[in-house]
Design a protein around this ligand. Structure first.
Ligand code: FES
Ligand SMILES: [Fe+2]
Length: 453
């Protein structure tokens, strides 16, 4: 079914994004394992795009810093005296030692572990041993840490290694307007998990750029492959979902939520998790027996009426669709977000420093405070943490759970990575609802060829 036809089935209250004509892409297997291709991606993609790397509330005071790795680089983000944040390559300009190795901390000055050069949080050099021993003059007042473009949005810290980059707002295009009404900058972290996945970063991102796998990979054990039978509480059918692609390269998929289709059984009884969501908003699931299609609108009305009084002030800024539906975003190149009315669930794949068949895979969950993670959201996401601002957990694949849904996704990845190395794999044969996968790869090619500015 063409995407234009799909859109006919959608409610008219959804905000519009522009549409794209997508070039079909073969997703040749060596894109996922070749060192040469990974090098091209590094040169033309990773060092040219805005990347979400940090969180503002991790750096409340001047001198607070956070460090994250992307590929071979480590990026240092530091709170300044004037409240702004600067980003630097985490490298001493004496002889190249990394300045910090932890994830975060606080300094008056960064003292390099090798020869103790001392760098101020603003990147100026404050002290060196034996300053009179340098034939080219005292490096203090002369050398600076190498600064990188850095902006903040939605409470996150974004960096760009390209000194000629466009502004973050321009880069994000319509994502900016979609997100800013939620006030995600005020939300707190409930999950922060990272593992090294044994797959190329695009295996992860391809998966989050399509919903075709949802009815197989995420179906309850023993269930037939049948549409609308998963536990997510949203209607996952491609015929009622909306797929958008922004000019800037980002994707959006909207699935109807608070809609009893997926949660209703043959007797017409509204089941979990939707029943729980209804109860949380003072609605009785029994009132919807046999008319599950009415739950979406009822929930929208209940949230509109009760939300602000329960601490969800931002509900007033959301349209009806945003009050119930699942908004899935994929930001080019490596960032996927499910934005729920009360949760910002992000997945991110960062390239491995040396091995194209590995990536760093992150799973974070933010939610409004004091609203917190509701029981229904907990059911959907398989969360266990009850308290906000959890510590960052880092583990080997399989050592701990990334969360039920993500574990299901990850169970697929390694065998696909291996399969795509086969001489017998001739490239992909994609469905219409996998267009955003094609688009991701077409854009990577455009960046490599210099066709995308
Ligand atoms: S490498 Fe940093 S002080 Fe020498
Ligand atoms: Fe999935």
């Amino acid at each position: 079914m063409a995407e234009q036809e799909i859109h006919k089935n959608l409610p008219s209250d959804l905000p519009d994004w522009p549409q794209q004509s997508v070039r079909a892409h073969k997703l040749e297997g060596d894109r996922y394992s070749s060192h040469e291709f990974a090098e091209q991606e590094w040169e033309h993609v990773w060092t040219k795009v805005w990347l979400l790397l940090g969180r503002e509330d991790e750096l409340p005071n001047p001198g607070d810093w956070q460090q994250e790795e992307v590929g071979r680089e480590s990026i240092l983000m530091v709170r300044q005296k004037d409240g702004s944040i600067k980003a630097f390559y985490n490298v001493c300009q004496h002889r190249g030692h990394r300045l910090v190795s932890d994830d975060k901390g606080h300094v008056r000055r960064f003292i390099c572990p090798y020869h103790s050069w001392a760098w101020n949080p603003d990147g100026t050099l404050d002290f060196v041993q034996d300053p009179d021993d340098f034939p080219d003059g005292n490096p203090c007042g002369k050398l600076l840490l190498e600064e990188i473009a850095c902006e903040t949005f939605a409470g996150f810290i974004w960096i760009n290694m390209d000194s000629d980059c466009v502004s973050l707002r321009e880069y994000l295009g319509p994502v900016w307007g979609d997100w800013e009404v939620y006030g995600v900058e005020n939300w707190k972290r409930y999950v922060a998990k990272t593992t090294v996945a044994p797959v190329n970063w695009k295996v992860v991102m391809d998966n989050f750029n399509e919903s075709y796998h949802v009815n197989t990979v995420h179906r309850p054990k023993g269930a037939e492959v049948e549409k609308l039978r998963i536990h997510s509480g949203v209607d996952t059918s491609h015929t009622t979902s909306r797929f958008d692609m922004a000019d800037e390269g980002h994707g959006r998929m909207i699935m109807l939520g608070g809609y009893a289709g997926p949660a209703i059984d043959k007797t017409g009884v509204v089941g979990e998790p939707l029943a729980g969501i209804l109860r949380e908003w003072d609605l009785d699931p029994a009132d919807f027996t046999g008319r599950g299609e009415a739950t979406r609108e009822a929930l929208q009305q209940a949230r509109r009426k009760l939300g602000p009084g329960r601490g969800y002030d931002y509900f007033e800024k959301l349209n009806d669709s945003q009050l119930t539906d699942a908004y899935h975003y994929t930001l080019f190149p490596n960032f996927a977000v499910s934005l729920w009315v009360d949760g910002f669930h992000f997945l991110r794949a960062r390239p491995h420093p040396t091995d194209p068949e590995k990536c760093l895979f992150d799973n974070w969950w933010y939610a409004p405070d004091p609203g917190g993670v509701t029981d229904a959201a907990r059911t959907t996401a398989g969360l266990v943490e009850r308290d906000a601002v959890v510590e960052h957990e880092i583990f080997e694949p399989g050592e701990a759970s990334m969360g039920l849904t993500i574990d299901q996704d990850m169970s697929i990845f390694p065998a696909q990575q291996k399969g795509m190395r086969s001489r017998g794999y001739k490239g992909a044969y994609l469905a219409g609802q996998e267009s955003r996968v094609s688009r991701l790869h077409a854009l990577i090619d455009d960046y490599i060829a210099g066709r995308h500015s």
